[in-house]
Design a protein around this ligand. Structure first.
Ligand SMILES: Nc1nc2c(ncn2[C@@H]2O[C@H](COP(=O)(O)OP(=O)(O)OP(=O)(O)O)[C@@H](O)[C@H]2O)c(=O)[nH]1
Ligand SMILES: [Zn+2]
Length: 192
């Protein structure tokens, strides 16, 4: 846990770094429109990177015993995160399905899990894996499948400039890795 003095010092260091970036791109950080920008961007970074180093499993602390034998799908969970290569957003939707093995979790916790993995510099593959592994480790289900659709601004707004391109990642564990028909059922549910 950081002390107030340490937090203030690192806030100041973050603000100073942002001021330096403004100077280095040829801007005048002292002009009126930019005066509050370093503090504002520092606040934003603290917000959007608030879960750096936090274990994704922390989102799944409350579980319930339940003998449900079917699959559970929570789809279209929107997310915003930041590409760790360029520190600009990628965003999209997450779809999560699992087949429990005596233990379930509140539905909102999947959205919390997505939020927790999103609030840090990310790559889409690792975010997908972190979500799947947290569910696999905590609920010990028969199977879990996680799919993320992502639009990467680093591919749209700069570099190759390909707006409209989308990236899909899928991680399967347990029976989803073994039984193709379960994956097909998952895919069909997404298109309904
Ligand atoms: N695999 C993967 N790559 C990503 C993700 N987000 C961004 N990238 C890619 O990260 C790569 C970084 O490549 P570099 O060659 O080091 O950086 P760059 O010169 O800016 O690359 P360009 O984007 O091709 O201009 C780029 O190809 C991005 O498209 C992600 O979530 N997963
Ligand atoms: Zn990027």
């Amino acid at each position: 846990m950081k002390t107030v003095e340490q937090t203030t010092a690192s806030n100041t260091a973050l603000e100073q770094s942002i001021r330096t970036i403004l100077q280095e791109i040829g801007e005048n950080p002292n002009r009126e429109g930019l005066l509050d920008t370093p503090a504002r961007v520092a606040r934003m970074y603290r917000e959007v990177f608030s879960q750096v180093g936090v274990n994704p499993e922390n989102a799944l602390t409350t579980t319930f015993e339940e003998s449900y034998e079917g699959s559970i799908l929570v789809k279209d969970i929107s997310y915003f995160t930041f590409c760790e290569h360029h520190l600009i957003p990628f965003y999209g939707t997450a779809h999560i399905a699992y087949i429990p093995n005596g233990k379930i979790v509140g539905l909102s916790k999947f959205a919390r899990l997505v939020e927790l993995t999103a609030a840090r510099p990310q790559v889409q593959e690792r975010m997908t894996t972190q979500i799947a592994e947290a569910i696999w480790n905590v609920l010990k289900p028969k199977g879990v499948i996680v799919s993320l659709e992502g639009t990467h601004l680093c591919m749209c707004a700069r570099g190759v400039k390909k707006p409209g391109s989308a990236t899909v990642t899928i991680v399967k564990k347990g029976v989803y890795a073994e039984q193709e028909e379960l994956c097909q059922e998952f895919q069909r549910s997404l298109t309904r």
